[in-house]
Design a binder for this molecule. Structure first.
Ligand SMILES: Nc1ncnc2c1ncn2[C@@H]1O[C@H](COP(=O)(O)OP(=O)(O)OP(=O)(O)O)[C@@H](O)[C@H]1O
Length: 451
């Protein structure tokens, strides 16, 4: 798999760090600079494939950085991050050759789409300056299990109830929350997604509620938090179980009193935000172990929606495959028009522990590799066939191995591909885990997500 290096130029360190972690989780290699000077140094040293820069930076602004880059590395795509109200800068940026601009608060899905487009296709010299990209295509499928989920989503969308979405990693919790927002009366207002799992303990308060200048070392200016960014709209809190106890207290107050206080400030600020939270670990269990406050749990769980794992939506599987093939045909300029029966069988036999995200990654890679018009097993990663080959043998040894592969994969996903944690949970040492990863050819599986 190609390594795509992205240089993030952003002086807001917590935000840069969050963005970096998000890109790393999506198989990119982030590098961070906090000023244009630092960015210029890293341009030569690191040779990034793409630049993602803020417009406002402490030394020069992102537009001058863009100009410099266009004179030395004309082909290097630059994406600017602008705030609402900086439309003029955005238009100027497009004229100066920026690949695209994206408005803060960043819509993560949109960012990924723009990055994928910028790094995989030949660059158009000029792009329309007007509207930011449209919303992602939401695949509804036809399985009874998901139709029920959708029905609940429609029902709750019409209300202002807080929603808790439960589902394994990659089942589409963020996608569904966006869908609920799009079908609510707040649809023309901001939708802001926060990955609570990527927030550091120290900076989570500032990220969510904002801070005032001087509130802590490094707080060189006032900053609005994600609550303010989502005001009048919807705030999606992913991996909510990761919030510290202190932040849980503040969050509860923000939801109940509809007011927030910035870090370092005592003045309450009114906010009107609809909360949708998500978790892939049952919070009920965490409340009994006192990791998660029970009062907050009940407050965010006014309505619960469960998303079934992909393996329980077998009727939807090929809908996703076909749609993803179309998407990547367009993106990579391929012409895959069918799927060979063998490839179809491999896709159907696999358990998809990483759910829709894993499927999407597998199809992206397959479309990129496929030379003919029919998707063949050769373009699919080995781990799909390893498992099926083992499955076809009904002996005890193969069945044991099969179970072992599944457990390793599921634990890797659970620990966000952290091998030390995985080994600990599986009660084996790291070297045994490495041996098994090698033996079962699981490197490709791990590459889907990166560490
Ligand atoms: N209904 C859908 N239609 C099209 N694509 C989808 C749908 N649901 C999910 N996806 C795809 O699957 C990927 C994972 O979705 P999403 O990020 O919403 O999952 P998640 O459950 O929030 O994951 P995590 O638990 O890791 O945060 C997305 O990038 C999206 O492309």
């Amino acid at each position: 798999m190609n390594i795509v290096k992205i240089l993030i130029v952003e002086d807001d360190r917590p935000f840069a760090s969050m963005l970096g972690k998000y890109l790393a989780r999506n198989n990119y290699t982030p590098i961070r600079a906090h000023s244009t000077q630092e960015a210029k140094r890293l341009l030569d040293k690191e040779e990034p494939d793409l630049i993602l820069t803020d417009v406002r930076l402490p030394d020069e602004d992102g537009l001058s950085l863009l100009e410099t880059i266009k004179t030395i590395k004309k082909e290097l795509p630059v994406i600017l991050m602008t705030s609402f109200g900086q439309v003029k800068s955005a238009v100027a940026a497009m004229k100066k050759g920026a690949h695209e601009y994206i408005t803060k608060p960043i819509d993560h899905e949109e960012l990924l789409r723009i990055i994928e487009e910028a790094t995989s296709s030949p660059k158009p010299t000029q792009k329309p300056t007007s509207t930011p990209s449209s919303k992602p295509d939401f695949i509804k499928g036809k399985s009874a299990a998901f139709q029920q989920t959708l029905e609940q989503a429609h029902l709750v969308a019409e209300t202002d109830l807080s929603v808790l979405i439960l589902g394994e990693s990659g089942t589409g919790k963020e996608y569904l929350s966006r869908y609920i927002h799009d079908h609510s009366t707040r649809s023309d207002k901001p939708f802001v997604a926060v990955d609570c799992g990527a927030l550091s303990k120290d900076l989570a308060g500032s990220e969510l509620f904002g801070h005032v200048k001087g509130a802590f070392t490094g707080a060189t200016s006032n900053k609005e938090g994600q609550f303010s960014a989502a005001n009048t709209g919807t705030l999606f809190l992913d991996e909510i179980g990761n919030l510290s106890y202190d932040i849980q207290v503040q969050l509860l107050r923000a939801i109940e009193e509809r007011t927030i206080r910035k870090v370092g400030d005592t003045t309450p600020q009114k906010v009107d935000v609809r909360i949708i939270a998500a978790t892939n670990e049952p919070l009920g269990e965490q409340t009994s172990s006192e990791n998660f406050r029970e009062d907050l749990y009940h407050r965010i769980n006014e309505f619960q929606i469960d998303i079934p794992p992909l393996r329980e939506r077998s009727e939807d599987l090929m809908d996703f495959v076909e749609q993803f093939i179309q998407t990547y045909n367009q993106e990579f300029g391929r012409n895959v028009t069918s799927i060979s029966p063998e490839a179809k069988q491999l896709i159907k036999n696999y358990r998809w522990p990483g759910n829709i995200r894993e499927l999407k990654n597998v199809i992206r890679r397959a479309v990129l590799l496929e030379k003919s018009t029919s998707l063949s097993p050769a373009s699919l990663p080995d781990f799909l066939s390893t498992r099926s080959a083992l499955e076809s043998k009904a002996d005890l040894k193969s069945m044991k191995q099969n179970r072992e592969i599944t457990m390793i994969k599921e634990t890797l996903i659970k620990t966000n591909y952290n091998k030390s944690k995985t080994a600990r949970l599986l009660n084996i040492d790291r070297s045994t885990l490495y041996d098994k990863i090698k033996k079962y050819d699981l490197e490709v599986f791990i590459d889907q997500r990166g560490e």
